[in-house]
Design a protein around this ligand. Sequence first.
Ligand code: C2E
Ligand code: MG
Ligand code: MG
Ligand code: MG
Length: 278
Amino acid sequence: QSKASGKGRVTFFEPGMEDAFRTRRALEHSLRASLTNDTFHMVYQPQVTAEGNVPAVEALLRWSHPELGEISPATFIPLAEEAGLIMAIGKLVMRRVFEETADWQHVRVAINVSAIQMRTPGYAAQVMQLAARTGIDPSRYEIELTETALLGDGPATAENFDILRRLGFSIVLDDFGTGYSSLSLLHRFRVDKIKIDRSFVCDLGKSEEVNALVSAIVRLAKSFNLGVIAEGVETEEQRQLLTRAGCTKFQGFLTGAPMPASQIAALVETGAPQRRLA
Ligand code: C2E
Ligand code: MG
Ligand code: MG
Ligand code: MG
C-alpha cells in the first residue's frame, strides 16, 4: 500500500522500513570503523574560467566502503551528522586537504564544512591549529557553507565565522538560492563568493524564468562585489547560457570531473600552460 503513495514517502507501515533501519545502523557502524581504518580519500574538481584556466578546485570527500564500494557524501554526510561523527570526519578532511595541497602555489582550494561544524564552539580554533601544523596559507583556501550552516543559530556560528575570516579564509555560500533566506544571509554575513546551485543550472534553457533568475543572481553577486560560480555545469548549452547571464566561472562534468590531488597538481602546478580544460 505504501508503495503506491509515491517515491520518497515513508509511511509507518512500510514493509522495508526495518531493513532500511538495519542498513542504516550497519552503515553507521562501518562509518565509525572507517575513522580508524581510514577508508576515506579526497578528490578535487576543477573550477574553470571562460579561458579554460583553473584558478581553483573544490575538495570532495570519498568513502570507499569495504563491501558497497564508493558511497556519495550526499548519503553519508547526513548520516555522520546524525551519528555524531561529523566533527571527526571534518577534521580528517581538513587535515588531509591541507597536507595534500600545502605546496600548491597556483590554485585555490575550496573545502565543504557542515552546519554542525560551524555551530560547534572552538571549531575555528581547531582549523587554526591544523593550518599552523600543516603550514598552509589560509588565503588560498575557501570554506563552502550552505545556508543552513549560517542560519544555524547563536553565537558559536558567528564566532567561528569571524575567526575563519580573520585567519584569511574566504567564505563561499554554496548551493545559492535553494534555501529560504539567501538574501538576508548576504546582508548578515560577509561572504566572498556565491555558488549558483546545480538545480538552476540544470533548468537553464528550459524556461525563460530560470534564465532570468540566473541572470538576476549574477547581477546580485556583482552589485555586492562578490565572486560567482555555477556548479553542476554539464552541457555546452548551459555554459553558453551562463556566459550570457554574465557568469564566467564553471564547475561541472563539462569542464572537469573530480580527480585525485596528483592529477590536479600535474594539470596546474607543473608550469605547463593552463589552457588544458576548456
Ligand atoms: P556540493 O558541495 O554542492 O558539491 C557538488 C557535488 O556535485 C559533488 O557531489 C560533485 O561531485 C557533484 N558534481 C560535480 N559536477 C557535477 C555535474 O556536472 N553534474 C552533477 N549531477 N553533479 C556534479 P559529491 O562529491 O557527491 O558531494 C555531494 C555533497 O556532499 C556536496 O555537495 C557537499 O555538500 C557534501 N560534501 C562533499 N564533500 C564534503 C566534505 O568533505 N565535508 C562535508 N561536510 N560535506 C561534503
Ligand atoms: Mg560545495
Ligand atoms: Mg554546491
Ligand atoms: Mg550542490
